[in-house]
Each structure stands twice: as structure tokens, then as C-alpha cells.
Design a protein around this ligand. Structure first.
Ligand code: GLY
Length: 376
């Protein structure tokens, strides 16, 4: 069974490589987020050079470089990394998403080619991220302030995916501070974000002075008390990565709890909605949640007994096969892969291409094919 899955993933990756060779060749010198109506990437570096997703294109390029050794991918990935330097000049443009931005660009570059300038960028990003730690609340603040809102008490589930930057910094420097901060944050998220049924909240808020837990808010899912699927996926993957970095069994158990909840709530057609608790109408999907959950489940399967691993792998394969057969655009003249991604329940647009959906889709397939590089 797993051999069949591996062969299927490899043949799917071969199709992706053929398409992406065309896509990258005609999309040089940009940082995509989504496409226009004609299926052509737009340049997010022009629209917002500080946007949290601006590292994912670099991640896709490093994955493709690893698969093919084509130097074009390496050159384009380094260009993305260099463009991100503008973020490092503006403290108000640095936030907890430093992990997403530099983990998949500078740190990936350093991991693959041992480039010293890339290591320096990764360390600057890690030091800034560690500086967001609130000592009394034992959390990393998520976002920066709005003109009319102090957001120093806000924590979100997504941050679990930014912790690997800190684990990497400790490993690289042999200075335990970064890991200590990451573990403290993960423990806080475990205590306050994960519900007893394995679902996760999106946003929680602390008193930033006393550190006291105050409340949870709705966020990008349907609302307070709901179950935003991308948040569930960040939880599966993020707690698995914290387990890998620490070997703390409680993180593994939390990842398993969220995974069980995700699998139990996955619809029979394996098409993932934006929120597991949203009304039946309107029904909008989010392919990013499916792709992130698939990659997280494959990662989680590495750490559990065979019978449980089979459950996680089968769930991941079902998600990926559904994306490949029903939600992937294989036309080589169209830039995106996944077609029905949704950033948020309460936004005007739903079910469109989003770059991090494509990143995790490719990443999950590389893992299933036994071709992965560890970029987290
Ligand atoms: N990290 C933001 C999001 O998942 O939309």
C-alpha cells in the first residue's frame, strides 16, 4: 500500500515538475500570492513587500531545486530571500511570521548550501521573533498594533509553525534560549488554544502586563467557538514539529488529539471546508487546510506505532488524491496548482489560488514520495 502511495506521489511530482518548469520560467523576479482571472501570478512584492506569505514562493523554489537541481530555481529562491531584506529594515514589518518568511527562504538556503549570509538573515529573524516573548504570559505575541488597537496580548494557533525558526537557531548556536522561548510558547498554546475535544481556537488574548488569560476570539473561521480548518492543520503540524525538536511526549499527544479531530470531521468527499462548524450554506472550501493537514499528518505518522501511522497516512493520501484529481489545475499555461483556497471565512473572495496551498501540496507529495528535505 505504502509503495503504491509512494509511486503515485512520485508520478504526481513528475507532473508538477513539468508544469512548474514552465511556470517559473515565465514568472521570474516576482513573489506570487494569488493569480488574476486569467490564471497568471500577481507580484505580491509590489503590492505588499512585507506580507506574511512572501516566503512560500522561496520554499516552492527550494523544493523544486532539491527535486531537479535546476539552477534557475536556486537563483530565483535567493532573489526572493534578498528581497525580504527590506523587512529587516522596518521593525513594524516584523512579526511572529518571521518563521514563515525566513524559514522557507534564508534558513532553507543555509540548510541546503550552508550560505553564511543566509544564516545571518535567519538568525536576525530568530532573534527578533524571540524578542516578542511576553515573560508573564509565556507567549509570543502574534501581530503588531493597529492604529486604534494595542495587540500585545494576542496569540494565534498559526504561531506553532513559526517555532521551528527558534528551534533551528538554538541548534545552530547551541544557545538554548531560543528553544526555551519556543517550548514556553508551545506549552501556553497547548493549555489555552487546544480544546478538550481536539479542536483548536484561532485567537486567544492575554493581559500583556499580568500575563493572565482573558478570552478567545473568532478569527478567520466562522466565529467564536468554531473550528477554522487551517487552524486545525497548523495545530497538527505545529505540535508535531515541537515534538520533533523537543521529544516532549505531551506535544506528540496534542498533535494526535488534533489529528483525530481533523480526521473525524473530514467530510466523506475529503474536500475540506473553511470551518468544520460553519453553516451548510454558503459552503466554501479551503484547499490550503487540506494540503497543510496532509503534510502535517505525514509528519506525525513518522512518530507513532505502525497501526496509527497507517491511519494518519491514509487520511493524508485521501486528502492529496482528492486535491490532485479534483482541485489541481494541470494546465501548464495557468500558474497556480490548487484552485479552491480561502484565506478567511469573512472576506469578499473565496475559493481561489493561494501560494501557501501550493507550497504545502508540493511539500506533502515530496514526503510521500520519499524525496523530502527538512525545511522546518
Ligand atoms: N497565518 C495566517 C493564516 O493562516 O491565514
Amino acid at each position: 500500500m505504502q509503495i503504491q502511495n509512494q509511486e503515485w506521489a512520485q508520478s504526481t511530482l513528475t507532473r508538477i515538475e513539468a508544469k512548474m518548469a514552465r511556470v517559473v520560467a515565465r514568472n521570474r523576479h516576482i513573489i506570487p500570492y494569488t493569480t488574476d482571472q486569467a490564471g497568471h501570478f500577481q507580484d505580491m512584492d509590489v503590492q505588499n513587500p512585507y506580507w506574511w506569505t512572501n516566503g512560500f514562493w522561496g520554499g516552492i523554489l527550494w523544493q523544486l531545486y532539491h527535486l531537479t537541481n535546476d539552477q534557475l530555481y536556486r537563483e530565483e529562491a535567493i532573489e526572493v530571500e534578498e528581497k525580504l531584506d527590506r523587512n529587516l529594515q522596518r521593525s513594524e514589518c516584523l512579526d511572529h511570521d518571521n518563521g514563515f518568511k525566513w524559514g522557507l527562504t534564508a534558513v532553507a538556503h543555509y540548510r541546503i548550501l550552508r550560505d553564511q549570509a543566509a544564516k545571518n538573515r535567519g538568525m536576525l529573524a530568530a532573534e527578533n521573533l524571540a524578542g516578542r516573548f511576553n515573560l508573564n504570559g509565556r507567549y509570543l505575541r502574534a501581530w503588531n498594533d493597529l492604529p486604534d488597537q494595542n495587540r500585545s496580548g494576542i496569540v494565534i494557533i498559526d504561531c506553532m509553525m513559526n517555532l521551528p525558526l527558534l528551534y533551528w537557531a538554538s541548534e545552530e548556536t547551541q544557545d538554548p534560549r531560543f528553544k526555551q522561548v519556543a517550548v514556553a510558547h508551545a506549552k501556553t498554546a497547548q493549555a489555552h488554544i487546544v480544546r478538550p475535544d481536539g479542536s483548536v481556537k484561532h485567537i486567544i488574548e492575554f493581559d500583556p502586563v499580568s500575563g493572565e488569560y482573558l478570552r478567545s476570539d473568532g478569527g478567520q473561521g466562522y466565529g467564536h467557538g468554531s473550528s477554522w480548518t487551517r487552524g486545525q492543520a497548523w495545530g497538527i503540524y505545529g505540535f508535531t514539529l515541537s515534538y520533533e525538536a523537543t521529544k516532549d511526549e505531551s506535544f506528540l499527544n496534542t498533535a494526535r488529539q488534533i489529528a483525530q479531530y481533523f480526521i473525524a470531521n473530514t467530510p466523506a468527499d475529503h474536500l475540506i471546508p473553511i470551518d468544520f462548524r460553519m453553516p451548510k450554506e454558503p459552503w466554501w472550501e479551503d484547499d490550503t487546510a487540506a494540503a497543510i493537514a496532509a503534510s502535517g499528518l505525514i509528519e506525525l505518522a513518522k512518530h507513532v506505532a505502525e497501526a496509527d501511522a497507517a491511519i494518519y497516512l491514509n487520511a493524508a493520501v485521501a486528502l492529496l488524491k482528492t486535491l490532485v484529481e479534483q482541485r489541481c489545475n494541470w494546465d501548464q499555461e495557468t500558474d497556480n496548482l490548487l484552485t479552491k483556497c480561502s484565506a478567511s471565512y469573512f472576506e469578499d473572495q473565496h475559493e481561489y489560488p493561494i501560494i501557501y496551498g501550493d507550497y504545502f501540496f508540493i511539500e506533502a507529495l515530496t514526503k510521500l514520495a520519499g524525496q523530502d528535505i527538512n525545511l522546518w
